[in-house]
Design a protein around this ligand. Structure first.
Ligand code: SF4
Ligand code: SF4
Length: 344
C-alpha cells in the first residue's frame, strides 16, 4: 500500500476509528514523566519525546499476571477445580510506540512463540489482539544505539503502521495488513512528503551512528566458554548493585517467577517479573545457587542478550539499543562498553 498522509488536525477522527472495538494506549505526560497510559484525546499525544521511561512490554507481559484460578472441591470430595484465566476481551491499539520497542516484541516472539514447546498462550493472545502504530524517531537521544544492533530510528519490524512526523502532518506507512481498513480513506502522500521523510530518516540514523555504539561482529565466532571465562566480568560486577533496574526497564528482559497465592479454599497461580540480577532467582530448594556470586549474575545478563540468544535464535541480538539501562543504572554501568569489551 502506498504511503498516506494524516493531518494532525484530523487526528481525532483517526483515533475515533482506531478506538472502534479497541482500547487505545499511548505514551503521555504523567506527572512529569513520559509513561504509557490510556489515551483519551488526540491532544494528549506527545510528539517531542525521546522514549517512555519504561517499555510498553507490560501490555503483553504484565508485571503480575494471573495464569489460572483453583478452588477445592466441596465438602467431602477430594481434589480441586481448575479455572482457566479468561483471554484478553478487548483488542488493543498502542500508538506512538518507538521502533526499538516494537523490534523488542519481535525478539520476545522468538522466546515466547518460537515453536509448539515454547508457545506461551498469555503472550500470544495479547500479541494477536493488538495493533501497533509506531512513531519514527526524528531526534534520537545520545544513549540510543539501535543501528548497531539491527534496528533503527525509522525501523518497521514488529509494527503494523509506522508514522513519521512531518510537522503539521504525519506520513503513514502500512507495514502489515492489520491496519489496511483504518488507512483506506487517507489521501496518498506526495513525492515531497516522501522526500522529507527520507531526509529525516537519514538525519536520525546519522545522529544514532554518531553516538557510542556496540560492536558485536566477533561474538558469533567465539566459544561460549571463552567469553564466559573472560577477565572483564569481576571488574563489571564490582560496581553492580544487583538492583535489577536494568532488567525491569529493558524491553527484551522476560524472566518471571510463578507463585500460588492461596486464601482459604481457593487461590490463583500468578507469574511475576523476576530478574537474573537477583540472588533468589536461581537459588535451588537445597540452598545451592548456581549463580551464587554477583559476577555470575552480571555475566548472565550480558551473555544472555549478546551470546546465548543470538546463538539459539538465528543470530537475533537480545538488545534493541533503546539505551534505557544506560540512562537508569544507578552506578553507570554502560551496556555499550561492556559489550565492546566482550567483542574485543
Ligand atoms: S541497573 Fe546497574 S547496578 Fe542495577 S543491576 Fe543493572 S547493572 Fe547492576
Ligand atoms: S539491554 Fe539496555 S539498551 Fe538493550 S534493549 Fe535492554 S534496556 Fe535497552
Amino acid at each position: 500500500m502506498a504511503e498516506k498522509i494524516l493531518a494532525k488536525d484530523q487526528l481525532d477522527q483517526f483515533l475515533g476509528k482506531l478506538a472502534e472495538g479497541r482500547e487505545v494506549f499511548a505514551p503521555q505526560d504523567v506527572e512529569g514523566k513520559v509513561a504509557w497510559a490510556p489515551l483519551e484525546a488526540a491532544a494528549d499525544l506527545l510528539w517531542d519525546f525521546s522514549n517512555s521511561d519504561m517499555s510498553p512490554k507490560d501490555y503483553f507481559f504484565p508485571q503480575t499476571e494471573c495464569m489460572m484460578r483453583f478452588v477445592n472441591k466441596a465438602d467431602d470430595e477430594m481434589g480441586m477445580i481448575m479455572q482457566a484465566e479468561p483471554e484478553l476481551n478487548t483488542p488493543r491499539a498502542l500508538i506512538n510506540m518507538r521502533p526499538c520497542d516494537a523490534k523488542a516484541f519481535q525478539v520476545l516472539d522468538l522466546i515466547f512463540m518460537q515453536d509448539e514447546m515454547t508457545d506461551d498462550f498469555y503472550w500470544r493472545d495479547k500479541r494477536e489482539k493488538s495493533l501497533l502504530v509506531g512513531l519514527a524517531c526524528n531526534d534520537p537521544c545520545p544513549t540510543c544505539f539501535c543501528t548497531s544492533v539491527g534496528c533503527g530510528p525509522h525501523h518497521e519490524t514488529g509494527l503494523d503502521v509506522l508514522l513519521v512526523d512531518l510537522g503539521d502532518k504525519l506520513l503513514v506507512k502500512a507495514v502489515s495488513d492489520k491496519a489496511a481498513e483504518l488507512l483506506a480513506e487517507l489521501p496518498e502522500a506526495e513525492q515531497a512528503d516522501l522526500d522529507q521523510a527520507a531526509e529525516l530518516k537519514k538525519a536520525a540514523e546519522d545522529m544514532v551512528e554518531a553516538n557510542v555504539g556496540v560492536a558485536t561482529d566477533q561474538l558469533e565466532g567465539r566459544e561460549v566458554m571463552e567469553l564466559y571465562e573472560a577477565a572483564l566480568w569481576p571488574r563489571v560486577a564490582e560496581s553492580c548493585l544487583n538492583c535489577g533496574t536494568c532488567t525491569y526497564c529493558c524491553p527484551t528482559c522476560h524472566c518471571f517467577d510463578i507463585q500460588d497465592e492461596v486464601q482459604g479454599d481457593e487461590g490463583r497461580r500468578v507469574r511475576n517479573w523476576d530478574n537474573c540480577m537477583s540472588w533468589l532467582f536461581t537459588v535451588h530448594g537445597t540452598g545451592h545457587n548456581p549463580r551464587g556470586s554477583k559476577t555470575h549474575r552480571v555475566r548472565q545478563r550480558f551473555m544472555h542478550k549478546f551470546k546465548y540468544i543470538p546463538d539459539k535464535r538465528g543470530g537475533e541480538i537480545g538488545c534493541v539499543g533503546c539505551g534505557r539501562c544506560v540512562q537508569l543504572c544507578p552506578v553507570n554501568i554502560d551496556v555499550r562498553s561492556v559489550v565492546n569489551d566482550m567483542n574485543a
